[in-house]
Ligand binder design. Structure first.
Ligand code: ADP
Ligand code: MG
Ligand code: MG
Length: 302
């Protein structure tokens, strides 16, 4: 079981020094669904970006840790004892992703000639390679390999050793798309070309299904979805948990999607801190009473 742990995280905007997070404590383990809720501007997206390692934010205090068990990755040897706890703040975004933290890629534009299938296979192979380097290689091994010229772009040519080839990936993709009830033809489309809002969201869930992260952070995946799409996306999130034991940190302003995916724990963020925590009933209370009620609640007991 993997656990993502935020301990007293303070963060500010890197250039301007504006303080946004004021001591966030949060813990999400694989197989669990957590909702992170809060009013606009409370710091939810900043929390997700700090977890992923977005360069626009600087963590000034606190820790972001990832704890792994020896057998957290299927089909590989045991993770050595000294490589089971990671200080994510010392790692690059792609290294965090390789160790099992998922935040959807924001690719800004259509990329001519790159299909979803190619893109996802490339992303998966890059992740596996980076993960194996981090967990199993001794210092220096990687450079030798590069010098020897073994590195090839996964986008072209035959599969490298340990890499997922075209046919194998096709099989995996079909399974995942069936699981998510997605049209197979979707995978043949060019990246981002004319995707509707709903398709982008479903695509985000598909990325997570392919990469099989320990922890997936989904920021406002419910925004702008009609009821049918919302149901599809919700089913997809449940599949992430049920089929691959991914832990989900679902960030949402609205209670609506929680009618479709029941969270184990609800965290409510106000002014850059977790103000309240509880079970799914907390989200329902919010629906009735709004965030002002949380403020009153917190100030009364403070
Ligand atoms: P939420 O996702 O809860 O709506 P955000 O984390 O996006 O909130 O933003 C929290 C606060 O930090 C807001 O007041 C926002 O304007 C500010 N903020 C976030 N990112 C930046 C940035 N890169 N530069 C300046 N201010 C920012
Ligand atoms: Mg916020
Ligand atoms: Mg946000």
């Amino acid at each position: 079981m993997a656990t993502l742990e935020l301990k007293n995280v303070h963060a500010e905007v890197a250039e301007e020094g504006e303080k946004i997070l004021n001591g966030v404590d949060l813990e999400v383990s694989s197989g669990e669904i957590h909702a992170l809720m809060g009013p606009n501007g409370s710091g939810k997206s900043t929390t997700s970006k700090v977890i992923a390692g977005h360069p626009a934010y600087e963590v000034t205090e606190g820790e972001v840790l990832l704890h792994l068990d020896a057998d957290d990755f299927e089909g590989v040897e045991e993770i050595p004892e000294e490589k089971r706890t990671w200080n994510l703040l010392e790692l690059e975004p792609n290294e965090r992703a390789a160790l099992g933290i998922f935040l959807a890629f924001q690719y800004p534009a259509e990329i001519e000639g790159v299909t979803m299938t190619n893109f996802l296979r490339t992303a998966l192979n890059a992740k596996i390679e980076e993960r194996n380097e981090l967990l199993f290689e001794e210092e220096g091994e990687e450079e030798e390999e590069e010098e020897a010229g073994y590195e090839t772009s996964p986008m072209e040519g035959p599969a490298d050793e340990g890499e997922i080839g075209v046919a194998e990936f096709q099989q995996l993709l079909s399974e995942k798309m069936e699981q998510l009830d997605m049209d197979e033809q979707f995978a043949q489309r060019y990246l981002n070309a004319g995707f509707s809002g709903g398709e982008k969201k479903q695509n985000e869930v598909l990325q997570a299904a392919i990469l099989e992260p320990a922890i997936a952070v989904l920021d406002e995946i419910d925004s702008g979805l009609d009821i049918d799409r919302l149901q599809d996306v919700a089913n997809g999130i449940e599949a992430l948990r049920d089929e691959q034991n991914t832990g989900v940190l679902q960030i949402t302003h609205y209670q609506r999607i929680l009618d479709y995916v029941e969270p184990d724990t609800v965290h409510i963020m106000i002014d850059g801190e977790i103000a309240l925590e509880g079970g799914p009933e907390l989200a329902e209370k919010l629906e009735d009473k709004g965030y002002d009620w949380v403020r009153e609640e917190v100030y009364e007991t403070a």
